[in-house]
Design a protein around this ligand. Structure first.
Ligand code: SF4
Ligand code: SF4
Length: 131
């Protein structure tokens, strides 16, 4: 029998609660990764991220893929099990951000760059990557 730790159960529960998705519906077909527009920059394919969530594996929180995901929704519209993978990616980002783990701390952005980056890109980036 496979016993999950308390931390694993908590991760699965938090992702379910925030995303409204059930990772256990995933049958690991790989359609999401096959269609992912950002997969070449990811360390784990969306299918693998979902698998880690199924298992309550904390690497799902630490992987680069969740920050690289552009929320293009292709995985979501093509998943044969109706799983909104993009929402699960977002849930993993939200868990990190609520714990103060940011991918882009504002203080680390060079001041000179702030005036050059388009405001919409800056706001969008900070909403996704900063707490
Ligand atoms: S497309 Fe859906 S069922 Fe297939 S691996 Fe991705 S999340 Fe799982
Ligand atoms: S929403 Fe994210 S994970 Fe899904 S296809 Fe787009 S970039 Fe890939």
């Amino acid at each position: 029998m496979f016993l999950r730790s308390k931390g694993s159960e908590e991760l699965i529960g938090r992702v379910k609660e925030i995303s409204g998705q059930d990772p256990h519906l995933c049958m690991q077909c790989g359609t999401c990764g096959g269609n992912c527009t950002a997969r070449e920059f990811m360390d784990f394919l969306p299918r693998q991220v979902v698998r880690m969530v199924q298992l309550g594996d904390a690497r799902a929180l630490r992987c680069r893929s969740i920050w690289i995901c552009s929320t293009c929704l292709l995985c979501t519209v093509r998943c044969p099990r109706g799983i909104d993978v993009a929402r699960m990616m977002e849930a993993l980002r939200v868990i990190n951000l609520r714990r103060g783990r940011e991918a882009l701390p504002v203080a680390k952005i060079p001041a000179g760059l702030l005036g050059q980056v388009p405001q919409m890109a800056l706001v969008g980036g900070l909403r996704k990557l900063s707490a």
